[in-house]
Design a protein around this ligand. Structure first.
Ligand code: ZN
Length: 242
């Protein structure tokens, strides 16, 4: 069994298309999407359409719910808010319906949980940036592995026993008795200093979880953002992965 997990596409069709080509080469059994299909980028409808086509499970992100008025965008920063207002206007009717019908979290094949932000409070959209916080989240799910997105920073937390947590950057061997909280990074707006699109592969037969990176046409995605009249900062940050 092989899963590919993607997150935080953010309306970046160029990145999603490149990732899709890589995924096709791997022919996974299931593709899971952790939300934030829209917001920031200039191709929200196209990205939702592609995700609907390829993903077996898709949960909601804060930008998805923000764009359809299901979550308060007052706490979004200035650029994120401007992009969300642009996105809300751009959304097609069936994109809107699809985003509105997404669950906040889901269990896949009994042993995997998927959620955009945190398993404890999916709708509060908290960010996990510290070991302490990550450790506390393990009580909030029962499955062996939980995949998350939201921070756009790939990280693999591995719980050895009740209180020993180690952090792996891009690969881990899945062992019996251990549990995993995996941030899969972002397809459409990486923020870890690496501009390449990120995705995660869970190969159950090889007991291996890896974060993989894919090059894509960043300049084309940037041009689409500025052509749409969105803030230039949203285009420029794609070059730096920040
Ligand atoms: Zn996001």
């Amino acid at each position: 069994m092989k899963y590919v997990i993607i997150s935080d596409i953010h309306g970046n069709l160029e990145a999603l298309e490149a990732v899709r080509k890589e995924i096709e080469k791997m022919s996974p059994d299931k593709i899971l999407c952790l939300g934030d299909l829209v917001g920031y980028g200039a191709s929200p409808n196209e990205c939702v359409e592609t995700a609907r086509e390829i993903c077996d499970v898709t949960v909601a992100g804060n930008h998805d719910f923000g764009a359809i008025g299901r979550t308060d965008i007052a706490y979004f920063n200035m650029y994120a808010r401007e992009a969300i207002l642009w996105t809300a206007k751009a959304l097609a009717e069936d994109t809107l319906d699809f985003l509105g019908s997404r669950p906040l979290t889901e269990v896949v094949d009994d042993n995997i949980r998927v959620v955009h932000a945190t398993p404890r409070d999916p709708e509060r959209w908290n960010y996990i940036f510290s070991h302490e916080h990550a450790l506390g989240e393990f009580d909030a799910f029962e499955e062996q592995v939980c995949f998350i997105g939201h921070s756009h920073q790939p990280t693999i937390y591995e719980l050895m026993d009740r209180e020993t947590l180690i952090v792996n950057t891009d690969r881990v061997i899945v062992r019996e008795g251990r549990r995993y909280l995996v941030n899969v990074g972002s397809v459409g707006q990486p923020r870890d200093g690496n501009p390449k699109a990120a995705m995660c592969v869970y190969d159950v037969d090889r007991s291996e979880i890896t974060i993989q990176r894919t090059e894509y046409d960043v300049e084309a995605a940037k041009k689409r953002i500025t052509d749409a009249g969105l803030p230039a900062v949203l285009a420029n940050r794609l070059s730096w992965g920040e």
